[in-house]
Ligand binder design. Structure first.
Ligand SMILES: [Cu+2]
Length: 355
């Protein structure tokens, strides 16, 4: 036993140092949701266990390298050892128990967040439909307590301390909905709706990011998140009352909520799609050489049937072909036409008068 005294003392010292570092270092961004606490607890617990295991392995490893190194002139074989059954059983059973414990803890946390089975629905919870598409997020607030009329937004605004249930989907490829400060992350998968619940508990400004590589502009696929006190949220709902907007203002809103702005600029910048600046009333050169005038009819066809005319220098099948369906589905019983509104907005992206 005496020959193990030094490595054991070293292990205790280094294990303690590693543990101290793990607990002192700021690993995480701020905690802005109730879920952040158990998530961080789980990560920290595994870091702590890893710190102790790393100290144990590294100390014995370095100790053996140094103390049992071959001395000059020593050409003999080392002494022969037999394995030690007690030790082997111990280092199989102990890690097994630790890993099973971590697994059970993880299962409990996942279940408490409603990831393993559908939780009983919470009447107070705010329901929000999230769409991730190439390369923008949009948020639809269906009619419910506190939301007299459904509306959509390119910003995610949440009341503080009220649970929000997100129904997340995608019309094109896989994306992943993630607000780092709130920890939880959920994939947006075409053809299905994934649910995630979060209770933001700190007012402030955050960002939704896309955490699943989804094409050219994946890195820019982020949207602002605002967590507001209850009055601020009520005001946000009132500001989104569509009946108060002009067609042009509505068009700007659609361009954001339907993610057009992820591919089209109004300031001349070339993105995945052509800019809308100076588009209306001007000639557009199409793939194949024909020229057409960008009048209302042309814009309408471009929006509803994007593949019918491809602008020179751009690719077909980039612009989604699903807008017609989404407009009808989202705004049933509406008194406006999204396409007319969008055209009004595109028309407003005129030449600026600067020299
Ligand atoms: Cu994405």
């Amino acid at each position: 036993m005496k020959k193990f005294a030094v490595p054991i003392i070293l292990t205790v010292i280094f294990g303690w140092l590693a543990l101290w570092f793990t607990q002192t270092y700021q690993w995480f961004p701020m905690q802005a949701s109730a879920e952040a606490v158990p998530v961080d607890g789980m990560i920290l617990l595994s870091f702590e266990i890893l710190a102790v295991v790393a100290a144990l392995v590294m100390v014995f490893f370095v100790y053996a390298l140094v103390v049992f190194r071959r001395r000059p002139g020593d050409t003999a074989d080392g002494p022969h050892f037999h394995s030690h059954n007690g030790l082997e059983i111990a280092w199989t059973i102990v890690p097994l128990i630790i890993v099973m414990g971590m697994w059970w803890h993880g299962v409990q946390v996942a279940d408490s967040m409603g990831l393993l089975r559908e939780l009983p629905s919470d009447a107070q919870a705010l329901q929000i439909n999230v769409t991730g598409q190439q390369w923008a997020w949009s948020f639809e607030y269906p009619k419910q307590a506190g939301v007299p009329e459904s509306f959509s937004s390119d910003r995610l605004v949440l009341p503080v301390d009220r649970t929000a249930v997100f129904s997340i989907s995608s019309p094109d490829v896989m994306h992943s909905f993630w607000i780092p400060e709130m920890r939880m992350k959920m994939d947006a998968i075409p053809g299905r709706v994934n649910k995630m619940r979060l209770t933001p508990n700190k007012a402030g400004e955050y960002k939704v990011r896309c955490a699943e590589l989804c094409g050219t502009d994946h890195a820019y696929m982020e949207s602002p998140v605002q967590v507001l006190a209850a009055e601020g949220f009520t005001k946000f709902v009132a500001d989104n009352d569509i009946s108060k907007l002009s067609p042009e203002e509505r068009g700007e809103k659609w361009a954001k909520t339907y993610g057009c702005v992820g591919c089209h600029s109004i300031d001349g910048k070339k993105m995945a799609g052509p800019t809308w600046k100076d588009l209306y009333g001007h000639e557009v050169e199409l793939d194949g050489g024909t020229k057409v005038k960008a009048d209302e009819a042309y814009l309408k066809t471009s929006i509803l049937d994007p593949n019918s005319q491809i602008v020179l220098g751009f690719k077909p099948n980039v612009m989604p072909k699903t807008f017609q369906d989404r407009f009808t589905k989202d705004n049933a019983g509406k008194s406006f036409d999204e396409v007319d509104d969008l055209i009004a907005f595109i028309k407003s992206a005129k030449v600026d008068t600067q020299p």
